[in-house]
Design a protein around this ligand. Structure first.
Ligand SMILES: Cc1ncc(COP(=O)(O)O)c(C=O)c1O
Length: 351
């Protein structure tokens, strides 16, 4: 927390308007619009809900195919199952993010046109959005950016989440900013965002009684959590610089012995997590860190390797599988000092 959150929460309580909605929900949306230069924003209870609504308002349903990054977190993918569609997983390239080559190769050979692509900006670093957006345009595929981890990252000065038809941010407890839990859906088309808002509040038709022509969800954000979001947005730039500083400290401590997740040219990641490829099995290392009271985790297990998706279609070349076997997420919380980073690096350097 930045310190200002309690002050804003108090204002909410003074107004006695804790839910539904309230002035801070609008303020939170406005602050995201202003930071990202996105024309529309919708505050929701999670990033997962935001992806779900992006699929719903894009008309995705049973029988549709949805392309997605394989190297990602399940929150990016589960909404495909919520709408009864079928995911297709695309592997990463040397950027660790979705490979535009494999995406295009797949599209050239596949018999059916997928409806949408969900591309994750992994660990806060930008995927090659200009090439990916060109491919989506060529094949008329809706582009959804999963920017859950990459709020504040940019490519050619353009903010993460603003390249696609939709962008999604998460304010879950572990993210660079948090409200304890929230999501924001941004999008270019005002009517689609309005439709998502309608669906997020139980699809209530405009009557004095409760009238429903279709079903929606209870996905809107409370005024209390939105007030935390407003205070958090004020420190976003600061937080990005601190995470980048932590990354830089790791680089200085660990030298060239490890490979860090790269930043593609002309991009600036938020370095949400500092992640490394050690090029060796990491199981014993996780245990060693555990004994020191330091929590490290393997990188995301690719979706095409998950038991849940054992029969899924995928276009893979072993890149994310290898990274999963030999990579680690290092402690990266904003509160870390140089001494903390030294301590973590010391365990890694101690062979
Ligand atoms: C890549 C990615 N996608 C989606 C999500 C889902 O966001 P939320 O936890 O807000 O539902 C997360 C984080 O939790 C994530 O890291």
């Amino acid at each position: 927390m930045s310190g200002k959150e309690l002050q804003l929460i108090e204002k909410v309580f003074e107004s006695n308007y804790i839910a539904p909605l309230g002035e801070f929900v609008t303020k939170f949306e406005e602050s995201i619009k202003s930071y990202t230069s996105s024309p529309n924003a919708l505050a929701l209870n999670s990033g997962t809900s935001a992806i779900h609504l992006a699929l719903r308002v894009s008309g995705v349903g049973a029988g549709d195919f949805i392309l997605a990054s394989s190297f990602t977190f399940i929150g990016s993918i589960a909404p495909i199952l919520y709408v009864g569609a079928t995911p297709i997983f695309i592997d990463s390239d040397s950027s660790w993010n979705l490979s535009p080559e494999l995406l295009e190769k797949f599209l050239k050979e596949f018999h059916t046109q997928p409806k949408a692509l969900i591309v994750t900006h992994l660990y806060g670093q930008m995927a090659d959005m200009e090439r990916i957006a060109d491919i989506c345009k060529k094949y008329e595929i809706v582009l959804i950016e999963d920017s859950a981890e990459s709020l504040g990252a940019s490519l050619n000065g353009k903010q993460s989440g603003t390249f696609g038809d939709f962008g999604v941010f998460s304010f879950n407890g572990n993210k660079i900013l948090t409200t304890s839990g929230a999501g924001i859906l941004i999008g270019k088309d005002v009517e689609k965002i309005e439709k998502a808002k309608f669906l997020s509040t139980q699809a209530k038709e405009d009557f004095i009684h409760y009238e429903h022509k279709e079903f929606g969800y209870n996905y809107r954000l409370s005024n209390v959590l939105a007030s935390i979001g407003v205070a958090q947005m004020e420190v976003l730039s600061e937080r990005v610089e601190k995470r980048r500083q932590i990354f830089q400290w790791y680089r200085e401590e660990l030298g060239d012995e490890v490979e860090f997740m790269p930043e593609i040219p002309n991009s600036k990641g938020n370095r949400w997590l500092t992640t490394v490829n050690l090029k060796r099995d990491t199981n014993s290392l996780v245990e060693k860190f555990g004994k020191e009271g330091i929590e490290v985790r393997p990188l995301w297990k690719p979706m095409h390797l998950q038991p849940l998706f054992k029969d899924a279609i995928s276009e893979v070349d072993g890149t994310s599988e290898k990274l999963f076997e030999t990579g680690l997420c290092l402690p990266s919380g904003t509160a870390m000092s140089r001494e903390d980073v030294k301590r973590v690096a010391g365990v890694l350097n101690d062979k």
